[in-house]
Design a protein around this ligand. Structure first.
Ligand code: NOJ
Length: 563
């Protein structure tokens, strides 16, 4: 066993002097689906407050709330009608304050979701824009253009919406006359702001300050690489491919420098985390000095469970991000992708009906070997936890929940389902309300006020096998493993550099972090660890494992003795 020359990457800073977000583990809450406290079948903030013990017991450092602002909810709240308030269905501002205080009392940070690329068509500004004339100040806040063709009946360019269909919708005047078109990178109900209008930047600075003044600890920033558009809005050579005129335009960085100045002015380690679906080298630009603090690294989440794919993806992140001031935010699950258990356990994929690359990589459907998927998801998580940077967990992954692929079509709410002409099922299957109790009837304890209330998305009968009450009582459960894994992470030397080890086999990868070695065997024969790796700290196979030999689909941490 030889060790490669050290490809030292990010060096996490001293845990005592480093800002809290640098090595943090954050729990993502899809508010509608965690716990319903008032019996309407929809999760709410008081539901989260009532069950904060579950989150705190995991050993995470904070929580990120998916958007819970007033919204017509055409895209899960990413269509914000009012950035200054909390939707009454989630309990309003008073419930937010109760949750914030309770979270802080548990030592948990609170991140809100900021949606600056677009708002809801119900936002006052967009209503004013629709009522105003072409060329008006009200329309200048959005991207309105005349149509092409002799009668303006063709969209201004050939851009496609991320959810399918054209990225432009034409207004109709009250008297029925066809009008200008507006740009929406997502659903028609989500008009894009025009960030070249200074009023837009000023409004968002106010929003940032409002929530920082209300005591939050940071923001996750939605599609943080898309706000600035090429001023000419040129046609795309391939309308179905990437959109370089909308994604990663250089001007977007100026917005984040401004926001960073705002955040830093508070002097209390606030964090700004960007949702940036870009390769590592470009994602790194977002966490340069003076910009964002963290950037999601989604490349890994798009890889199959394969040693070479993981080695390349992690390596590119560590190399690409090492000049950065901020850190990568690693993640395997979210409300936008199929759950890791399903991605890694997919044994018989259905023929795809979409050409969307992201959907093909993260939302493939088909028959799943759940036990295999769970083993691999646990192995991947334990590997993630060994890396420098922060880790984001998505509610339900701590239970080993698979994706709910079998939702009835009439229950689907994701706009992708309709906009793709029913060729892409969308993201509802990762958003089904959590099972809290294994009881066979009702909503599995999701609603504390009305155990029989139907949850807003139907829960399958097999959710009983993943119920939190059962897993909490079972030392061999996925939940027990998550708690152990997060506890083990606290034993890592955060100052230690990360070095790859050469295993002389291509179906396993290993890295050293200080006195710890983390090894993942993806495939092939069991790996016999060399004696100098030390004692076994934790195995993704679970607490009962007695041998230090590492089998396929398993990650193990070792630690040199004496440390
Ligand atoms: C990314 C969010 O995570 C996703 O759920 C949403 O649909 C789009 N941005 C549009 O806001």
């Amino acid at each position: 066993m030889t060790r490669m020359t050290s490809t030292t990457s990010l060096t996490a800073q001293n845990a005592t002097s480093a800002p809290w977000w640098r090595d943090s583990v954050i729990y993502q809450l899809y508010v509608r689906s965690f716990t319903d406290s008032d019996g309407d079948g929809v999760g709410d903030l008081d539901g989260i407050t009532a069950r904060l013990d579950h989150i705190a017991a995991l050993g995470v450092d904070g929580l990120w709330l998916n958007p819970c602002y007033p919204s017509p909810n055409r895209d899960g709240g990413y269509d914000v009608a009012d950035y200054t308030d909390i939707d009454a269905r989630y309990g309003g501002l008073a419930a937010f304050e109760r949750l914030r205080d309770a979270a802080h009392a548990h030592g948990l940070k609170v991140l809100m979701d900021l949606v600056p690329n677009h708002c809801s068509a119900d936002h006052a500004w967009f209503r004013q824009a629709v009522a105003a004339d072409p060329g008006s100040a009200e329309r200048a806040r959005f991207i309105f253009r005349d149509g092409r063709g002799p009668d303006g009946s063709e969209p201004p360019n050939n851009w496609q919406s991320t959810f399918g269909g054209p990225a432009w919708t034409r207004l109709t005047a009250p008297d029925g006359t066809p009008e200008q078109w507006y740009l929406h990178s997502f659903d028609t109900s989500q008009p894009d702001f025009d960030w070249s209008d200074p009023e837009v930047g000023d409004m968002f600075e106010d929003v940032l300050r409002l929530w920082f003044d209300r005591g939050i600890d940071g923001f996750r920033i939605d599609v943080a690489y898309a706000m600035v558009k090429h001023p000419d809005l040129p046609d795309l050579d391939d309308p179905d491919g990437d959109n370089p005129y909308s994604w990663n335009q250089p001007g977007v960085h100026e917005i984040f420098r401004r926001w960073r100045r705002v955040a830093d002015s508070y002097g209390r380690d606030l964090t700004l985390l960007g949702e940036v679906w870009l390769p590592a080298a470009e994602a790194a630009d977002y966490i340069r000095p003076g910009e964002l603090n963290q950037v999601f690294y989604f490349d890994l989440l798009q890889q199959p469970f394969d040693a070479a794919a993981f080695r390349r993806s992690i390596g590119e992140a560590l190399d690409g991000l090492k000049q950065a001031e901020g850190v990568p935010a690693w993640t395997l699950n979210s409300h936008d992708v199929h759950r890791a258990v399903t991605r890694y356990g997919l044994t018989v994929p259905e023929p795809p009906r979409t050409t969307d690359i992201n959907a093909l990589r993260t939302r493939a459907r088909g028959a799943v070997n759940t036990a295999l998927g769970i083993a691999r998801a646990k192995a991947a998580l334990l590997l993630l936890l060994a890396l420098p940077g922060s880790v984001y967990l998505y509610q339900g992954e701590e239970l080993g929940l698979p994706e709910v692929q079998e939702l009835p079509d009439e229950a689907r709410q994701d706009p992708i389902w309709e906009r793709s002409g029913h060729t892409e099922h969308g993201r509802d299957g990762s958003r089904v309300p959590l099972p809290w109790t294994a009881a066979a009837e009702g909503n599995f304890g999701f609603s504390t006020a009305r155990p029989t209330a139907p949850a807003w998305l139907p829960q399958p009968a097999w959710f009983a096998d993943f119920a939190i009450d059962a897993e909490a009582a079972d030392p061999a459960s996925v939940l027990a493993f998550y708690r152990q894994a997060l506890s083990a992470r606290r034993g890592l030397d955060r100052d230690a550099p990360t070095e790859w080890l050469d295993l002389r086999r291509d179906d396993a990868i290993a890295l050293r972090r200080g006195d710890h070695v983390c090894v993942t065997v993806f495939d092939g024969p069991p790996l016999e660890p060399p004696a100098d790796w030390g004692r076994l700290v934790i195995s993704s196979e679970g607490a009962a494992v007695e041998t230090s030999v590492v089998a396929a689909n398993t990650t193990v941490w070792f630690q040199r003795s004496g440390s």
